[in-house]
Design a protein around this ligand. Structure first.
Ligand SMILES: [Zn+2]
Length: 357
């Protein structure tokens, strides 16, 4: 027990009950993974040895930690599963005292207060949304769009989804390489995802960058600019803007949105049109359906906009909630807004969108 604990402490400056049982060879890392993904109802089920032996080890662990002068820190363990956010369960009994003992990490007092705080935040964070940059051509399992080598996809229940079907196509990509920009963009974004790619040489997934909201990226760029007048940022951003300046499709789309949703505030209608028509591939504006200004495709773009802009959807996703459940939660609000926007402006009481639910 002591050897396992010391090794964990030397490696990451804290020791958890998981470290102890894995280190003692009583718990397989594969079982920990399954448990975190909700495939095992409680952890004690896959720890070798009877409950009596397990609780003796836990006791010895606490005595050792106290003797070592380590600081107890209760940590949240969140399940990476579908449905609302939920805490993982450790014990067969589920008794609060026992659960708390399992959740408690012992942290090295040598770590600075700031580092302890950061460690705590990292350990308690819900699982991140991970987007894969593909090495092979693939196909979206929902809309069947072709996903060429290098495009981004989300894997859900083992199936690839394009970013549009994954409700992530409103995000923009920030490649790694500018830590200050990435950190700020991430901080300002309600929803963000991490982009990884498999390295064949290193045989593991490596971070390529992040996907953040466009407004968050702009804000981060402004902040970086005010730090130091890096003209490169401005050039890059302006080039990005110019590339999306094909006015005709934007105007056509904006017109179509006005026709279908007369009470949609003009500013928002324009934002949807710009977003939909101007950039990226795979969005309705660029697809054949979008060029034909198919009503259903335009409505989908409006729905996606409402979902991200006027509901708690992105927040729910960031709290580790699964996509289907989060969508279901915000569906009534979306319907309500669509109805409001469909009415003619004269009959609408107010064109101001209702507050977020
Ligand atoms: Zn798709």
């Amino acid at each position: 027990m002591v050897r396992a604990a010391e090794a964990a402490l030397a490696d990451h400056h804290y020791v958890s009950a998981l470290d102890i049982f894995v280190g003692m060879g009583l718990l397989a890392p594969a079982h920990v993974r399954d448990w975190r993904n909700g495939r095992i109802p409680y952890l004690e089920r896959v720890i070798q040895g009877n409950l009596h032996k397990i609780s003796r080890s836990m006791h010895a662990f606490r005595v050792w930690a106290r003797g070592r002068g380590l600081k107890p820190r209760e940590t949240a363990y969140l399940a990476g599963v579908r449905g609302p956010r939920r805490d993982l369960r450790f014990s067969k009994s589920g008794e609060p005292g026992i659960e708390q003992a399992y959740r408690t990490h012992f942290v090295s007092p040598e770590l600075s207060a700031r580092k302890q705080e950061r460690l705590q935040a990292r350990l308690s964070a819900p699982p991140e949304i991970v987007v894969f940059s593909t090495l092979r051509d693939s196909r979206c399992s929902q809309c069947h769009a072709e996903l060429l080598h290098g495009s981004f996809l989300l894997v859900e229940n083992g199936e690839p989804l394009c970013l549009t079907c994954a409700d992530l196509d409103h995000l923009v990509y920030v490649p790694r390489g500018d830590p200050a920009l990435s950190r700020r963009a991430r901080k300002h974004s309600t929803l963000f995802a991490v982009v990884v790619q498999f390295s064949r040489t290193r045989k593991r997934y490596e971070r390529q960058g992040i996907l953040v909201e466009e407004a968050a990226l702009e804000k981060a760029q402004e902040e970086c600019l005010s730090d130091a007048p890096l003209r490169a940022y401005r050039r890059e951003r302006d080039a990005l803007r110019r590339s999306g300046e094909d006015e005709a499709p934007v105007e056509r789309l904006a017109g179509k949105i006005r026709e279908l949703f007369p009470a949609c505030p003009p500013g928002e209608g324009k934002a949807i049109a710009v977003h939909t028509a101007a950039r990226g591939s795979g969005r309705v504006g660029c697809s054949a359906a979008g060029r034909a200004l198919d009503d259903a495709a335009v409505t989908l773009a409006v729905v996606a906009f409402i979902r991200h802009r006027h509901t708690r959807y992105d927040e729910l996703r960031m709290r580790g909630t699964d996509r289907a459940w989060a969508r279901q939660q915000v569906q009534p609000r979306i319907e309500e807004m669509l109805d409001t926007w469909r009415r003619s402006p004269e009959s609408a009481v107010s064109t101001r969108p209702p507050a977020r639910m």
